[in-house]
Ligand binder design. Sequence first.
Ligand SMILES: Nc1nc2c(c(=O)[nH]1)N[C@H]1C(S)=C(S)[C@@H](COP(=O)(O)O)O[C@H]1N2
Ligand SMILES: [Mo]
Length: 255
Amino acid sequence: MTKLITRRHAAGGLILGAGGLLSGCDALGDNQTFRKVIYSGDGINRRLQRLVSDRGALAREYSPREMSPRFRTNGTRDPTNPEYTALAKGGFANWKLTVDGLVERPLAISLNQLRSMPARSQITRHDCVEGWSAIGKWTGPRLSLILDMARLKPAARYIIFHCADAYRGGTEPYYESIDLIDSFHPQTILAWAMNDSPLSIGHGAPVRLRVERQLGYKHAKYVMRIEAVASLDHIRGGKGGLWEDMAGYDWYAGI
Ligand SMILES: Nc1nc2c(c(=O)[nH]1)N[C@H]1C(S)=C(S)[C@@H](COP(=O)(O)O)O[C@H]1N2
Ligand SMILES: [Mo]
């Protein structure tokens, strides 16, 4: 936890130091006004976020010997949704990723198709808000490749990831969303492999999002459907993700 806060302080200091707005303030993460302005979810603030931080920068990548010997699973570890369990039983041979919403060409992509696309591998550190981190290797096609295949309509602004699980046996399905900058970021991938093995059910099989500049809860596991939308307002609770709706987590979880 402390590590994350420190990193946020560091980023905040850099951002505002450069702009000269609040330089000298070294506890920006504790400053509620700052947090409200930078991390809250409405459109103007998202645009501000974009102005003050280098959203295209890459997350640090690590070497194979730095990989964590153990990478824990968190949140849902074994979805109980009958549609999902049936697909899992069949080794996900009948699984298809739906890509729809504001796209010219809706898609249904099989796991084999996804696995045959040009893939990127990256060894990165996953940071969970609950206070643990782990370094692992992720492999899969860039999300941008799939979005380019589907051809976003001009009104598209956000990409929603609809997942197969409901958190803690509840009825609200997990979902997450990111903006187009993160969607087209080179390290944003749909991972079907982890540590050189097919993704396990615990880690989100058959496919999970990796959006390396953001905290753990944005990395949607068990992705079933990708939807392009113009606004998050009318999606579920309207805050862009299950944790955002349920527990007030920041929609933008960049670190
Ligand atoms: N569908 C889904 N995605 C999810 C979660 C979840 O419960 N369901 N938990 C999130 C949280 S809080 C974290 S830290 C990571 C955990 O990923 P891991 O199980 O591979 O460690 O997945 C994220 N994505
Ligand atoms: Mo997390």
